[in-house]
Design a protein around this ligand. Structure first.
Ligand SMILES: C[S@@+](CC[C@H](N)C(=O)[O-])C[C@H]1O[C@@H](n2cnc3c(N)ncnc32)[C@H](O)[C@@H]1O
Length: 261
């Protein structure tokens, strides 16, 4: 376990564990987190591409070469185990946001309904087109769901989010913090505990800290955990996100936070 303790105001915390998502969630008590926002490392699209429908981008085909991260084995049984743990750790009357690429949405998205009350399917418009041999990919999805009854605290949020993808990201598939800001905008309150079992470079953690929330997350890759912790430490101490230095002004200036390790 790694956490950031210096300079976060009590009782806020920022803990990032180097663990498999399900193992991490199993360590958390029942009903202990307020919002789950997560961006799993699905293997579906890469398997699809491996079967001759496209070119594998990066080095997914060469595990251990140090460039790309491990895929999450997102077969239905593993995914159900993941969702069951998400439901257990989430407090009643709270929200969960899960990101999906198109292929994973078709194969796994429906399973979310077995565990949560799915409210909306949000489209993330990445603005610039990406790879693809047919229609080139410009969007991903976010499934928004609830455990129990809870409305959004805002009524002005659309279900298409136009947020430019990050070019030349420091971490593979690093998502803009603005995407997680939107997930938290109507679902988090200052002091809430935000959880991301696939933390990656820590974009969700920075969004949580910006909202005056605590963060608890995990990633199976120690390099990701180290990067996310360093990122959060810099954000907490200087109010600047080193991986997105031109992103919005830190909320920490308004409500200082502290991260512990
Ligand atoms: C799509 S990336 C997340 C990117 C993150 N949202 C960001 O903005 O940097 C998915 C992450 O899941 C991690 N991962 C893969 N398998 C995992 C597992 N079984 N448990 C936890 N994390 C895993 C990968 O190391 C990777 O960092």
């Amino acid at each position: 376990m790694s956490a950031i303790a210096e300079s976060l105001p009590q009782p806020l915390s920022c803990d990032i564990h180097c663990l498999d998502c399900v193992a991490f969630l199993r360590r958390l008590p029942d009903a202990s987190v307020d919002v789950i926002v997560t961006d799993p490392a699905y293997s579906g699209m890469n398997q699809h591409m491996r079967f001759g429908h496209g070119r594998i981008v990066g080095s997914y085909g060469k595990p251990g070469n140090g460039r790309w991260f491990t895929e999450f084995h997102d077969d239905p049984d593993t995914y159900r185990a993941f969702l069951a743990e998400c439901r257990r750790v989430l407090k009643p009357n709270r929200h969960i946001y899960i990101m999906f690429d198109s292929f994973s949405l078709l194969s796994l998205g429906g399973l979310v309904r077995e565990f949560f009350d799915v409210k909306c399917l949000i489209v993330w418009d990445k603005v610039a087109i990406g790879m693809g041999h047919y229609f080139r990919r410009r969007h991903e999805h976010v499934v928004f769901a609830a455990k129990g009854n809870r409305k959004l605290s805002r009524r002005d949020l659309p279900d298409v989010w136009t947020v430019p993808r990050i070019r030349r990201a420091a971490y593979p598939t690093q998502k803009p913090v603005a995407l997680f800001d939107l997930m938290l905008a109507g679902s988090a309150e200052p002091g809430y505990v935000v959880c991301d079992p696939f933390t990656g470079s820590g974009s969700s953690a920075v969004a949580a800290l910006r909202q005056g929330c605590s963060f608890i997350g995990s990633d199976i890759d120690p390099r990701a955990v180290q990067l996310a912790l360093e990122r959060c430490r810099t954000f907490v101490s200087r109010g600047v996100d080193p991986l997105e230095p031109r992103a919005g002004v830190s909320r920490l200036r308004q409500r200082p936070a502290r991260a512990t390790g």
